[in-house]
Design a protein around this ligand. Structure first.
Ligand code: KG4
Ligand code: ZN
Length: 347
C-alpha cells in the first residue's frame, strides 16, 4: 500500500508545501517574503506571519496540482512544529490541524532542523542507518548524531552565540553589504579576496575550550575581531580591504565548521556526513569539504541549494519516515515549540 504525505513548513519566511509518496518527491512549492526585508536589514516576524496567511492556500493548491494529487488522497499531514518564529509556526500548525481534522488523517508535528537532513534522501537516495549531520543556517549551527532519522537523534553540539549565517549577515552589515549579507560575503571572498591576507581567530578551537566544547561553535569573538579590525582602519582614515576581510572571515568560520563536523564523523565511526540549512550554499564550505573529507574516508552529502533553504519537501520527507517507522502521530492537540530540542524528531 502506498503512503502519501503532505508536508507544510512555515518556520521563518518561507511558506513551503510538498507532497511525498513512498519516499518520492511529487511536488515542492515555496513562496517567500524575503524580498520585503532588505530595507529593514532583517526579518520582521509580524510581516512573515501575515505573509504565510496570504500565501498558504495558493501554495497548497499549487503543490497538489503539481503533484497530481487530490487532497482526499493524502494519508498523513506533517507540519513544522519548531524550532522557528512563534507567529510563523502558528500559521502552519493551525492550517495543518484544520487539514488533518477535515480529512480525518493523522497529524505529525515535526522538527524542521531534522528535516534539513532528512530531505537529502529525496535527492541522493536512502540515508545510511547512522550518520553525522551538520545543520547550518541563519538560526542554527548544529552537529547531530543520527542513529535513526525518525526516532533517534542526539545533539552533539551547537553554537554558543551566533549561528554561521547570522554571523555572515552581521559582518555583511559591517562591510556595508545588502541584507542578507551571507551570499554577498561569499561572492566577494571567492571572486576578489585573499583568504591568507588577514587571519581571524577560530572560536573554541584550541586548548581547554576545544576539549570542553568539542562540537560547539562560537562566532561572536570572531565577529568582534572583524569589527575591531574595520574600526581600526576607519579611525586612521585607511581604506578597508573588504574582499580580504570577507575571505579571512569566511575562512575562519568554514575551517571550524568543516573540522568539527568531520572530527565528529571519526569520533563516532560514521563514514557519512549530511549537511543542510541555507548556509550550505556557501562555496568555500563546499570546497573545504571536498578537500578534507575524501582523504579521511568520509562521504559528504549536501542536497542542491533549493533543498537546503527552508522548504516543504524536508517536512514531507521526515513525515514519511515517521509513518514508515510506525511512529505514533502527534495528534491535534499539539502546540508550537519555538526552541524545540534537536534531540526530538517530532512532537
Ligand atoms: O536556512 P536559511 O534559508 O534560513 C534560516 O536561517 O532558517 O538560511 C539563511 C542564512 C542567511 O543567514 C544567509 O545569509 C545565509 O544562510 N546564506 C549564506 C549563503 N547563502 C545563504 N551564507 C554564506 N554564504 C552563502 N552563499
Ligand atoms: Zn531551517
Amino acid at each position: 500500500m502506498s503512503t502519501t504525505v503532505l508536508g507544510i513548513e512555515t518556520s521563518c519566511d518561507e511558506t513551503g508545501v510538498a507532497v511525498v509518496r513512498d519516499g518520492e518527491l511529487l511536488a515542492d512549492v515555496t513562496a517567500t517574503s524575503m524580498d520585503e526585508y532588505a530595507r529593514y536589514g532583517g526579518i520582521i516576524p509580524e510581516i512573515a506571519s501575515r505573509a504565510h496567511l496570504e500565501t498558504f492556500v495558493p501554495t497548497l493548491n499549487a503543490a497538489l496540482e503539481k503533484a497530481g494529487v487530490a487532497l482526499d488522497s493524502i494519508d498523513a499531514v506533517a507540519v513544522t512544529a519548531g524550532p522557528g518564529l512563534v507567529g510563523s509556526l502558528t500559521v502552519g500548525v493551525s492550517a495543518a490541524k484544520a487539514l488533518a481534522l477535515s480529512l480525518r488523517k493523522p497529524l505529525y508535528g515535526v522538527n524542521h532542523i531534522i528535516g534539513h537532513l532528512c530531505v537529502d534522501e529525496l535527492v541522493d537516495g536512502p540515508l545510511p542507518d547512522r550518520f553525522i549531520g551538520l545543520v547550518v543556517s541563519g538560526g542554527h549551527s548544529s552537529i547531530l548524531r543520527v542513529s535513526n532519522i525518525a526516532t533517534e537523534v542526539e545533539e552533539l553540539g551547537g553554537t554558543l552565540d551566533d549561528a554561521a549565517g547570522e554571523a555572515f549577515d552581521k559582518v555583511g552589515r559591517l562591510l556595508g553589504l545588502p541584507y542578507p549579507g551571507g551570499p554577498h560575503i561569499d561572492r566577494l571572498a571567492r571572486e576578489e579576496g585573499d583568504r591568507d591576507a588577514i587571519r581571524f581567530p577560530r572560536g573554541l578551537a584550541a586548548g581547554k575550550d576545544k576539549e570542553r566544547h568539542k562540537y560547539d561553535f562560537s562566532f561572536s569573538g570572531l565577529k568582534t575581531a572583524v569589527a575591531r579590525y574595520v574600526e581600526g582602519l576607519e579611525s586612521r582614515g585607511e581604506e578597508i580591504p573588504r574582499a580580504d576581510v570577507a575571505a579571512g572571515f569566511s575562512e575562519a568560520i568554514n575551517d571550524t565548521l568543516t573540522s568539527k563536523s568531520l572530527n565528529a564523523c571519526e569520533d563516532f565511526g560514521c563514514d557519512t556526513l549530511v549537511v543542510g540549512g541555507g548556509f550550505s550554499a556557501n562555496s568555500r564550505l563546499r570546497e573545504l569539504f571536498a578537500e578534507r573529507a575524501a582523504s579521511r574516508g568520509i562521504t559528504v552529502r549536501i542536497p542542491p541549494i533549493r533543498y537546503c533553504t527552508d522548504n516543504g519537501a524536508m517536512v514531507a520527507s521526515l513525515g514519511y519516515e515517521l509513518v514508515r517507522n510506525g511512529v505514533e502521530p502527534s495528534g491535534l492537540g499539539i502546540t508550537v515549540d519555538t526552541g524545540m530540542s534537536l534531540s526530538k524528531t517530532h512532537m
